[in-house]
Ligand binder design. Structure first.
Ligand SMILES: Cc1cc2nc3c(=O)[nH]c(=O)nc-3n(C[C@H](O)[C@H](O)[C@H](O)COP(=O)(O)O)c2cc1C
Length: 434
């Protein structure tokens, strides 16, 4: 058994933790510099991670309080997000094996330009590109791209299905042997092996072919994190990696079973989709030290930051609701799966809106685990054995050194137990995921 490991990043001030930029161990403003990403990526590659990936959104928060000023003043999850693709281009130059994932939206991109971006990254990284497909739920994003409002739920996924169909056709538009490079004969490529795609659809008309030869992986690894029924069907149809946030084993298991059981409907095998569940680990030489690290992180949390991020995720202004009341009768248009979880947790723990804000600011709803390497490895082993996940998305509490303890302590423990690779076996990201 090999546990798969991904790292969660945002090319900005936060990760799931919105305390990250204020954490005393974080490098102030480092997230705007290349050295910061280089340091992180090289640590993760030393730890033999399958991939690192950047989440993304295309607007600062404007929902909370109906204004951009709150999220920016607090430094919430959307206060700064640089474009992940140029960052990955730079990381590709200083790493050689780790997979490189970027989020791009099907609502606010065009298939032709997106196919070029990921084909380019796949060439330059020698087969390590991944695309986290999102459909975008947030009004701030609509406002930046000339839409009066965000697309309706089903329309988002109709467009996304057609988008994936078109990009896959473009990535296949050059047969692998089409590039001849016959310098003596003067034959660059064999035009019979490069085909227009002539796509005529509801949302896109694309002639093709792509203006880039077939890339090492033939197309990026597809990642997805939809949580509605339609979103999970979309994942079961297209995704090779599915990323989830579930706070406990029972929920992880339900999510895992649900997703894998949908695969067959789309002619795929359950093992073709790797489900990775998010966790924020605090690893130290003793349990007490790890708990101390966790407490230090969580003590910095301000509920308003979390509510600003929650407003952005759910596309609802939570500044309008009472902080000391429960929240279960609010209807949202945004990330419905995550909101269902918010409501369940609120009911189960009798949490108020302020409590939820605090929880959200400390790491959205990602579970935290604090302990020694053995403790963390036990936790991970148990979840994988109980089919709660095929692996984990590790989310940091501070950066750029926030993965160091995990790589130096927990990874060797997993390796000694035969749960994780000692070294990469293949060169491409897709080969790591086997
Ligand atoms: C773990 C996780 C990570 C996500 N990352 C992003 C992201 O980086 N950018 C984004 O716009 N949406 C992101 N989303 C939102 C999803 O793509 C999706 O729109 C949302 O979960 C709502 O599900 P639905 O579209 O199936 O209703 C994420 C969701 C989850 C659960």
């Amino acid at each position: 058994m090999t546990i798969h490991l991904a790292a969660f990043l945002i090319a900005g001030n936060a990760a799931h933790s919105q305390v990250l930029w204020r954490h005393p161990q974080s490098q102030p403003g480092g997230f705007l510099t290349l050295d910061y990403y280089k340091r992180i990526a090289q640590t993760l590659e030393r730890g033999k991670f399958d991939l690192l990936f950047f989440a993304d959104r295309l607007a600062v928060s404007t929902r909370f309080g109906g204004d951009h000023r709150y999220g920016l003043a607090y430094g919430d999850q959307d206060a700064t997000r640089m474009d992940p693709l140029p960052v990955l281009g730079a990381i590709a130059a200083v790493t050689s094996r780790i997979g490189l994932g970027a989020t791009r939206s099907t609502t606010y991109s065009q298939p032709y330009s997106l196919a070029r971006e990921f084909s380019t990254l796949d060439h330059l990284s020698a087969g390590r590109a991944a695309w986290n497909v999102v459909t975008s739920v947030n009004q701030g994003e609509a406002d930046n791209f000339g839409l009066r409002e965000t697309l309706g739920h089903d329309e988002r996924y109709d467009r996304a299905d057609e988008f994936l169909d078109v990009t896959h056709k473009l990535w296949r538009s050059w047969q692998p042997e089409a590039l001849l490079l016959d310098a003596d004969g003067g034959h660059y490529a064999d035009p019979d092996k490069v085909n227009p795609i002539d796509h005529r659809g509801t949302h896109f008309n694309v002639r093709g072919p792509l203006n880039i030869p077939a890339s090492p992986q033939g197309g990026p690894v597809i990642i997805q994190a939809g949580s509605s029924h339609r979103g999970q069907d979309f994942a079961a149809r297209w995704a090779e990696v599915v990323f989830g946030i579930q706070p406990d084993l029972a929920r992880m298991h339900r999510f895992y079973q649900d997703l894998k059981s949908r695969a067959e409907k789309f002619g795929r095998r359950p093992q073709d989709i790797k489900v990775l569940t998010a966790v924020m680990p605090f690893v130290a030489a003793s349990k007490e030290q790890a708990e101390e690290q966790r407490a230090r992180h969580n003590a910095m949390v301000d509920p308003a930051v979390g509510l600003s991020t929650l407003s952005s995720h759910m596309n609802v202004d939570f500044s309008k609701y009472a902080l000391d009341a429960p929240i279960d009768d609010i209807q949202v248009e945004g990330m419905q799966g995550l909101f269902k979880l918010v409501k369940e947790l609120s009911r189960e723990g009798s949490l108020t809106l302020a409590d939820i804000g605090r929880l959200y600011a400390s790491g959205v709803l990602v579970p935290q685990v604090a302990g020694t390497a053995a403790h963390i490895a036990d936790w991970m082993e148990h979840i994988v054995a109980q089919q709660g996940a095929d692996g984990f998305v590790i989310t940091p509490a501070h950066l750029p050194e926030g993965f160091d303890d995990f790589v130096e302590l927990a990874v060797p423990e997993l390796q000694r137990r035969g749960q994780f690779r000692w070294d990469y076996e293949g060169d491409t990201l897709r080969s790591h995921l086997r």
